[in-house]
Design a protein around this ligand. Structure first.
Ligand code: ZN
Length: 157
């Protein structure tokens, strides 16, 4: 039987509490940062869609972090956002931390474009099944990850 919500919040069956592969059907690893790891979502319906996962321990919400953990996460998040913006030059950027399906602290970074499927509205609809899907190949992910990594290595403006 699947763990109930309280158990999942406490870390039962948490898919983010062990090393994730470099590339699987869900995501493609870009780089380990200070307190988190940046991935590309394999669904690139929003080009540059990144997922930043806190990877020091199991935590569900930012209020559970120590001051040092939060500062490190905030720095990672800003770095990731800057690099993704540099790589895909969007018209806008959405950052979301929900944790309703996987209650382990992570952020979705969605570059938004005037011609994207839901411009002017939230990305998420009522159900994951209603989300637009455009699965990127591993080669496409590698090309995008290289651009993001180059931006991460560039000196801050
Ligand atoms: Zn976890």
């Amino acid at each position: 039987m699947a763990a109930d919500w309280a158990d999942r919040v406490a870390g039962a069956d948490c898919p983010f509490d062990h090393d994730l592969p470099d590339c699987d059907d869900e995501r493609y690893r870009v780089r380990k940062l200070t307190a988190s790891t940046l991935y590309l979502d394999r669904n690139q319906a929003y080009r540059g869609h990144g997922v930043l996962i806190f990877d020091r321990r199991h935590a569900t919400r930012i209020d559970e972090l120590s001051d040092e953990e939060w500062q490190a996460c905030a720095d990672d998040l800003r770095q990731a956002c800057r690099a993704i913006v540099a790589a895909v030059e969007p018209d806008h950027l959405n950052v979301e931390s929900l944790g309703n399906l996987v209650p382990h602290l992570h952020w979705h970074i969605f570059p938004r474009f005037r011609d994207d499927p839901r411009w002017g509205k939230a990305v998420w609809t009522t159900d994951v099944a209603d989300m637009p899907v455009a699965i990127a190949t591993p080669d496409e992910c590698a090309e995008l990850a290289a651009r993001i990594n180059a931006a991460l290595d560039a000196p801050a403006a």
